[in-house]
Design a protein around this ligand. Structure first.
Ligand code: ATP
Length: 327
């Protein structure tokens, strides 16, 4: 197996009595987009800031390209590009000036013009930071994380606050960056973002890893019911409901029938992975043709529910403890 690019082992970090990271272990392989997914306050930022040598761990080890970042943060400074939350620049500095300024901090910087092109910023090179849109600021912050030509880039909550369109184009850019050979550690609380972008990920909850794998593997491993939703117009709705209720009582692959709130005419049938094979012949035998049939797609939200017993509320913004000591 190839040597991991990032290796976090039994990481623990406390702020006074608060245990922010309890026991986190994961390894990132070269060239992948690796996600750290979890609700607000789960310990994601603390994990990556400790990994980057910006905070002191209370236990465990963190290695980037084989080097211990706690013992020797300087050793990884040029290998690791960090885009952390709320990066702020002076309002008057232009995109081009910021890139040239940051390039000067590194021994072997990337070509600013190439980065501008990679991140669709070429036409904004002379625009002042204060005049950039949210999406343009985020793209600039990615460019600044890459200006030192790092082998690994940490991107923390980079699409928070962006509208859906800007978020999707940022996802495309992250893939473009990965395709240039940079390994990406992506911190996010958006399930959809993790599912869409990450090759592998850990799900963190209350400072602990609760799931670890590929998005599709984690979803496939879910030992949960499948649901088929059929929709009928007024006349056919009642007979269809009767057929499906009988099916639920008699068929071993069907466990339940319900009418989800809010969508007139929809009937949800739950059962084993073979539930569709039971529903379609039963409706066909009664000559009841649905207006619509769909299977309910399982997502990382179902994974979160399965491993924590709680629903995942990505808009939940818990009050943060005092942001005092940063070490
Ligand atoms: N400097 C600090 N002092 C005290 N508590 C802190 C500090 N920084 C973070 N915490 C607390 O540690 C826990 C983990 O915070 P962290 O920022 O790592 O979580 P997160 O998963 O990145 O969430 P978010 O995306 O909301 O930042 C939270 O309960 C937070 O309030």
């Amino acid at each position: 197996m190839t040597q991991p690019v990032v290796e976090v082992t039994n990481l623990r970090k406390t702020y006074g009595p608060k245990v922010a990271v309890d026991d986190v272990t994961f390894a990132v392989r070269p060239g992948e987009i690796f996600g750290i997914l979890g609700p607000n306050g789960a310990g994601k930022t603390t994990t990556v800031e400790t990994l980057a040598g910006l905070r002191r761990a209370d236990g465990g080890t963190v290695r980037v390209l084989g080097r211990d970042t706690q013992r020797d943060p300087a050793a990884v400074k040029d290998l690791l590009g960090v885009q952390l939350q709320e990066a702020a620049l002076h309002d008057k500095i232009t995109v081009g000036e910021a890139l040239r300024l940051f390039a000067g901090f590194y021994p072997n910087p990337a070509d600013p013009d190439e980065l501008l092109a990679l991140l669709d910023l070429t036409e904004h090179v002379d625009k002042q930071f204060g005049r950039l849109s949210g999406g343009q600021k985020q793209r600039l912050s990615i460019a600044l994380a890459l200006i030192g030509n790092p082998e690994v880039a940490i991107l923390d909550e980079l699409t928070t606050g962006l509208d859906p369109q800007a978020r999707r184009s940022t996802w495309d850019l992250v893939e473009r960056v990965r395709d240039t050979g940079v390994t990406i550690l992506l911190v996010t609380h958006f399930m959809e973002e993790a599912e869409r972008l990450c090759d592998r990920l850990v799900v963190i909850d209350a400072g602990r890893v609760v799931a670890d794998g590929t998005p599709s593997g984690l979803i496939a491993d879910l030992d949960t019911d499948r649901t088929v939703v059929v929709r009928f117009t007024d006349d056919a709705h009642e007979p269809a409901r009767a057929v499906l209720d009988r099916l639920a009582a008699e068929h071993p692959d069907v466990t339940g029938v319900a009418e989800p709130n809010g969508v007139p005419g929809e009937i949800a049938v739950t059962g084993t992975p073979r539930v569709l094979f039971a529903v379609v012949p039963a409706l066909a035998a009664a000559d009841l043709v649905p207006d619509d049939v769909r299977t309910v797609t399982r997502t990382l939200e179902d994974v979160f529910l399965a491993v924590t017993g709680r629903t995942y509320d990505q808009d939940d913004e818990p009050a943060h403890a005092a942001e005092g000591d940063r070490s």
